[in-house]
Design a protein around this ligand. Structure first.
Ligand SMILES: Nc1nc(=O)c2c([nH]1)NC[C@@H]1CN(c3ccc(C(=O)N[C@@H](CCC(=O)O)C(=O)O)cc3)C=[N+]21
Length: 293
């Protein structure tokens, strides 16, 4: 059986580090970091995630500001909401929960968030800075940063290793590939048009699965001893559960668990790390605003 990478425990450690830091910030400037969350519509998954983020803020002493807008909200109204938070000195991070309704131009909204408050790291300028390995980086997207943090805190050597990233999304696959590259991995990015997917994935000393397809990765896709980071959060029907569903990753955990060297579980792997990194980014943003960094 592979060693489990306990994302929940690692995230708890990081949250405790941040809690201590927030207290120090408050002691020195008399103010605390603030995070604004914007939820559009009433998707159950988005509602749950935003609730979890706000609760995590509360636990570490970050003040949270929350706005809920109806599914029918216009792009202009949503932009107004972002502008208000851009101008609010008590807000150091702005998170507009994705996905947004079809009639709204996501890139336009993400571009409107002040670069200094873009704690998701989704602003085109922040992505550009990340891509060019800028000497003045701002925010690194939370899930990719969490993946790297899991590897580092599990003493996984990245330099010189072959890292295979399954998926090329703007929020995970692409940025995590860049971060691995910056740490001198040899990076292979796979996607829906990749041929011979199983054998390409099997090249990876590190495999990051971020496609959003339940249990897609099977044991013959994995190099024996590889470190597997499962970013997928897929809910599948399960009649034995009270809720009627359960969460599984992109990796078929039971099929793969004894071929890999290390693996993250779902839930309890990358999900909690995403939230911990959001708090990290928000705290860093506040320190910058308070002149403490
Ligand atoms: N602007 C924006 N920023 C995001 O960071 C963002 C987003 N939009 N849209 C959706 C995705 C998804 N996401 C997750 C965060 C935490 C868990 C998490 O903590 N999951 C728990 C399980 C939670 C449960 O039980 O439902 C776990 O994996 O252990 C999952 C998914 C953030 N996202």
């Amino acid at each position: 059986m592979a060693k489990l990478i306990d994302g929940k425990a690692i995230a708890a450690t990081i949250r405790e580090e941040i809690r201590v830091e927030v207290r120090k910030i408050e002691a020195s400037v008399g103010k605390v970091p603030g995070l604004a969350t914007v939820l559009v519509g009433n998707r159950t998954d988005s509602t749950t995630y935003v609730r979890m983020k706000r609760k995590a803020c509360e636990e570490v002493g970050i003040e949270s500001f929350h706005v809920e807008l109806p599914e029918s909200v216009s792009e202009e109204e949503l932009l107004n909401c972002v502008e208000r938070f851009n101008a609010d000195p008590a807000v150091h991070g702005i998170l507009v929960q994705l996905p947004l309704p079809k009639h709204i131009d996501e890139e336009r909204i993400l571009s409107a968030i002040s670069v200094e408050k873009d704690v998701d790291g989704f602003h085109p300028l922040n992505i550009g800075r990340l891509a060019m390995k800028s000497r003045t980086p701002r925010f690194v997207p939370c899930t990719p940063r969490g993946c790297i943090e899991l590897l580092v805190r599990s003493n996984v050597n990245i330099e010189g290793k072959c890292a295979v990233v399954l998926g090329r999304s703007n929020i995970v696959g692409l940025p995590v590939s860049l971060l691995l590259l910056h740490r001198n991995a040899t990076v292979i990015i796979c996607h829906s048009k990749t041929q011979e997917l199983p054998s390409v994935c099997r090249q990876g000393d590190i495999l990051i699965a971020a496609v959003g397809r339940a249990n897609m990765v099977k044991r013959d896709w994995i190099k024996p001893g590889a470190v597997v980071i499962d970013v997928g959060i897929n809910s599948i029907p399960d009649a034995s559960k009270k809720s009627g569903y359960r969460l599984v990753g992109d990796v078929d955990f039971d099929d793969c668990k004894d071929v890999c060297g290390m693996i993250t579980p779902v839930p309890g792997g990358t999900g909690p790390m995403t939230i911990a990194m959001l708090l990290r980014n928000c705290c860093d943003s506040a320190k910058e605003a308070f002149g403490l960094s």
